[in-house]
Design a protein around this ligand. Structure first.
Ligand SMILES: Cc1cc2nc3c(=O)[nH]c(=O)nc-3n(C[C@H](O)[C@H](O)[C@H](O)COP(=O)(O)O)c2cc1C
Length: 379
């Protein structure tokens, strides 16, 4: 893993190792991918302020996230189908996060089930919830997260209908892959991937299989899922979840100040400024453009987390400078997983950590709490 110098190296390695259908599922955004692109270009536009002759010995990258200490101001974002990048991908990513001292968030749409991950790792992890039409299933899912001692529930609020990813449509993305000739040829050229996925505990959505009555076979399970995202999702459901879940609640996918004000009054401990990594509303503003206004409006009332486009420690610095308390890492760890399994995720986290550390040094910063707008060139 040492030859992987940056996240882009990991992306290239993942593209070589993972079948096209699953690599593009991870890499692409919705529709014309405008929001996917501005997530990156708006971050790159923010310039850091170089400072010199400041003693920066003894830098400390630790912080607190939801009141718990964390080695870095980062956590691994909930990502569907990690187990299709590398067999048992959710377990491997969770182990790498916990070894690095940061939270891991398991997606509702994971391949490994909540119980699989709980049995395989040493510490509690977070669980991300999609509210589906079948509220009985949602209630059961929350109860399973409680039984697995998950330490936070992340309620995703920006996906009550699914944004289209053209690549998924064109590639005929299914889980597991349909045995079409095109897919078989692709998989035949990716034997390491095939072996790891074959050896994995599961080949389909672990949190759903066996829990959805009459939907045992994979195709109908996939149909059930696509018909299950609920356009009626509203703030009343947030109250309902608040009552069901006794622990810390995080609302993920807030991009608008008015929504952020409502979120701050909802009883949630934190909100994530996010546009789902440019995979939902195409044409939406970048997450980094939305962040300062939301911090101004509600930063004193609710913990503000950030995601969207983070590919380096410099990007983490930019988000913290604009008021985020921590960053969710999405594709940056997913490329690591596709490239090298657990070691790949560990290396991706290490890359981000080292970049953040050097960036702190070169901006004259010693502690995470000292990062503010003054580290930006325009301040
Ligand atoms: C392949 C993929 C799958 C995702 N699946 C989920 C999911 O199941 N639940 C969720 O809340 N967000 C999901 N997201 C969004 C991420 O949690 C996060 O918001 C996003 O990846 C951040 O953008 P970045 O990848 O540019 O860092 C997914 C993102 C990707 C790339």
């Amino acid at each position: 893993m040492r030859v992987m110098a940056c996240i882009e190296d990991m992306r290239r390695a993942a593209r070589r190792r993972v079948p096209r259908m699953f690599f593009e599922y991870a890499d692409h955004g919705s529709y014309a991918q405008e929001t996917l692109r501005v997530n990156r270009s708006d971050l790159e536009r923010i310039k850091l302020r170089q400072r010199v002759l400041v003693d920066v010995v003894g830098r400390d990258l630790s912080t607190t996230i939801l009141g718990e200490s964390a080695a870095l101001p980062m956590m691994l974002a909930p990502i569907g189908l990690c187990g299709m990048q590398w067999g048992d991908g959710e377990i491997l990513a969770c182990r790498a996060a916990q070894a690095a001292g940061i939270p891991f968030c398991l997606s509702t749409m994971s391949i490994c089930a909540i119980e699989d991950v709980a049995a395989a790792v040493g510490k509690p992890f977070w669980f991300q919830l999609y509210v589906m039409k079948d509220r009985g299933f949602v209630r059961a899912l929350v109860e399973r997260a409680i039984a697995a001692k998950c330490s936070a529930l992340v309620l995703t609020v920006d996906l009550q209908v699914l944004g289209q990813r053209h690549c998924d449509l064109r590639n005929g993305m299914t889980v597991p892959p349909e045995p079409r000739l095109k897919n078989l040829i692709d998989i035949a050229t990716k034997p390491a991937w095939a072996l790891s996925v074959l050896r994995g505990k599961r080949k389909t959505f672990g949190n759903l299989a066996g829990y959805v009555r009459g939907m045992e076979d994979v195709n109908s399970l996939a149909q059930w899922i696509s018909g299950q995202f609920d356009p009626s999702l509203s703030w009343r459901d947030v109250e309902w979840i608040r009552d069901l879940w006794p622990g810390k609640l995080v609302l993920k996918g807030v991009l608008d100040v008015e929504d952020a004000r409502r979120a701050a009054k909802s009883g949630a401990a934190a909100l994530v400024v996010s546009n789902h990594g440019g995979r939902q509303l195409d044409g939406a503003v970048s997450s980094i453009a939305a962040l300062p206004r939301i911090v101004d409006a509600v930063g004193a009332e609710i913990e503000i987390m950030f995601d969207g486009g983070i590919r380096s420690g410099q990007d983490v610095m930019r988000a913290l400078a604009l008021g985020a308390r921590s960053c969710m890492i999405g594709r940056a760890f997913l490329y690591g997983l596709g490239a090298g399994g657990e070691a790949g995720v560990a290396r991706a986290i290490e890359i981000l950590k080292n970049e953040l550390d050097v960036t702190m040094a070169l901006t004259g910063t010693r502690r995470i709490a000292d990062i503010g707008p003054h580290v930006l060139a325009q301040a």
